[in-house]
Design a protein around this ligand. Structure first.
Ligand code: UDX
Ligand code: UDX
Length: 437
């Protein structure tokens, strides 16, 4: 199969590279010349474990190429995937579809033969219909089918998520498009990943429903964590206790500082907008969005409380700033709201992150970045573990306690045990677990 991927961002680059690794011939097209130049010289525009090696081997085998020339990329392709960004539109939270529709128009002017156009970008219900309309208007004679094929990749685990998916959702009722999609994903369903064929609108909604449900699950356990703190229970045991019930499942029940990232925040908002537009109240998701938004800033207050209620003139160190480990992505990271809340209360904020500091500099004004976790602890009045990078799982707690001005550790990811931290001289607070002083 000859596949073209429009957009070489997180999703497009990972998906395109994995398709090439399956043996397909893939061209990744991006309008960002610098990104393409970097990729052509083997430099990855994002940090994703295993990606650089996979790109290199598929480029070497001649199955993967990069270009800014969309026309050349689309010519002769069996399928073109649209994987451009769909950020929240400024002001109203609607998904901004400008890039998707622009890519569609560009594809329309480049069609050379029968083509399947696949939206991989997360797009509101009905976008496929509009994509189809644009294509039909611009290229009335072309034999073209439009398919929705949402992605469920987690950053940091994107390659294994792509190669070992729980399911592949394909939204189309067009017989030819079904065959093309089957051929594209054949290597995966030989591994028994179920291909779920649905109507196109249903596929579009499945993506939003999945992300909204996961966001709800996280928010639920976060509220349970608050309750645990109030009643003296342990949220990790609660999560285990409910997660062992197969109907609930143990995944996505880690209490923390609130979810962030490129998907949950924007997709929950976009789903709310869709529901509103159709006059269908979506009060559960509304509550999830509000609870999660206020939680991030509340974590700043939690840190201040751990310092005795006063932040002015004090220094707080943040361990980790990305929204989750194994990525350099800062989109909607809780660290941003936490640092802001601390600065608003008069604190000086310092931070370290293994991969995210470059991206963090522009979204965390006034924060000083250090070269390692111990430099962050030195002289600090509180240290907050915000992102659970592996590099923070076995810190020398005794050394940290000694170099801090006041040995307060606020563990927002429940990485350490209270008893262990206390033994090394730290005053320890975590999320939803009994505090040891
Ligand atoms: C993706 C999906 O598109 C989004 O819907 C999903 O919810 C999350 O993941 P992502 O890959 O993270 O977005 O976006 P980004 O990293 O911003 O990459 C988009 C790429 O498309 C950029 O490299 C951009 O330069 C490129 N692009 C954008 C084009 O090539 N053409 C355009 O018209 C617009
Ligand atoms: C998510 C979805 O998992 C993926 O299927 C979709 O395609 C894109 O959005 P991603 O945003 O990369 O992926 O990361 P994910 O691992 O889902 O984490 C999202 C946020 O939730 C992070 O801020 C993470 O820290 C938080 N989280 C996750 C929790 O707080 N607790 C959990 O138990 C799980």
């Amino acid at each position: 199969m000859k596949i073209t991927m429009i957009g070489a961002g997180y999703v497009g680059l990972v998906s395109g590279t994995c398709f090439a690794d399956f043996g397909h011939s893939v061209t990744c097209v991006d309008l960002d010349q610098r990104k393409i130049d970097a990729l052509l010289s083997g430099i990855m525009p994002i940090y994703e474990p295993g990606l650089a090696e996979l790109v290199a081997s598929n480029v070497a085998s001649g199955r993967l190429s990069f270009t800014t020339d969309l026309k050349a990329g689309v010519a002769g392709a069996d399928a073109v995937f649209i994987a451009v960004g769909t950020p929240s539109r400024r002001g109203d939270g609607h998904a901004d579809l400008t890039y998707v529709y622009q890519a569609t128009r560009d594809i329309a002017s480049a069609i050379t033969g029968p083509l399947v156009v696949v939206t991989k970008s997360t797009v509101p219900v009905g976008t496929g219909d509009e994509v189809e309309r644009i294509l039909r208007d611009a290229a009335p004679d072309a034999e073209v089918a439009v398919v929705s094929n949402p992605e469920f990749l987690r950053e940091g685990a994107a390659i294994s998520d792509f190669k070992r998916p729980d399911r592949i959702v394909i939204g189309t009722t067009d017989a030819r498009a079904k065959l093309v999609m089957q051929d594209i994903y054949r290597p995966l369903y030989l591994n028994q990943a179920p291909l779920l064929f649905t109507e196109r609108r249903t596929a579009e909604l499945i993506k939003y429903a999945a992300n909204a449900f996961l966001a709800t699950k996280i928010t639920f356990i976060n509220e349970m964590a608050d309750l645990c703190e109030a009643v003296g229970a342990d949220v990790q045991d609660v999560a285990r206790g409910i997660g062992l019930d197969n109907r609930i499942g143990s995944k996505f029940l880690h209490a923390g500082p609130g979810y962030g990232g490129s998907c949950f925040p924007k997709d929950t908002l976009a789903l709310l907008k869709t529901a509103e537009d159709h006059d269908v109240p979506s009060r559960i998701i509304e509550a999830v969005v509000q609870v999660n938004d206020s939680r991030k800033r509340a974590m700043g207050r939690k840190i201040i409380q751990a310092m005795g209620g006063e932040a002015r003139g004090k220094t707080v160190g943040l361990l980790g700033v990305t929204f989750k480990p194994n990525t350099d992505d800062m989109r909607d990271a809780p660290s941003i709201a936490i640092a802001q809340a601390l600065q608003d209360a008069g604190a000086n904020v310092v931070a370290y992150d293994p991969e995210g500091m470059e991206a963090a500099k522009s979204v965390m004004p006034g924060v000083t970045f250090k070269s390692d976790p111990y430099a962050v602890a030195e002289g600090a009045d509180a240290l907050a573990l915000v992102t659970e990078w592996d590099a923070f799982r076995a810190l020398d707690l005794a050394k940290i306690a000694k170099t801090m001005n006041s040995p307060v550790l606020v563990d927002l990811r429940n990485v350490y045990k209270a008893e262990e931290a206390r033994r090394h001289g730290l005053r320890y607070t975590s999320i939803g677990r009994p505090t040891a002083d």
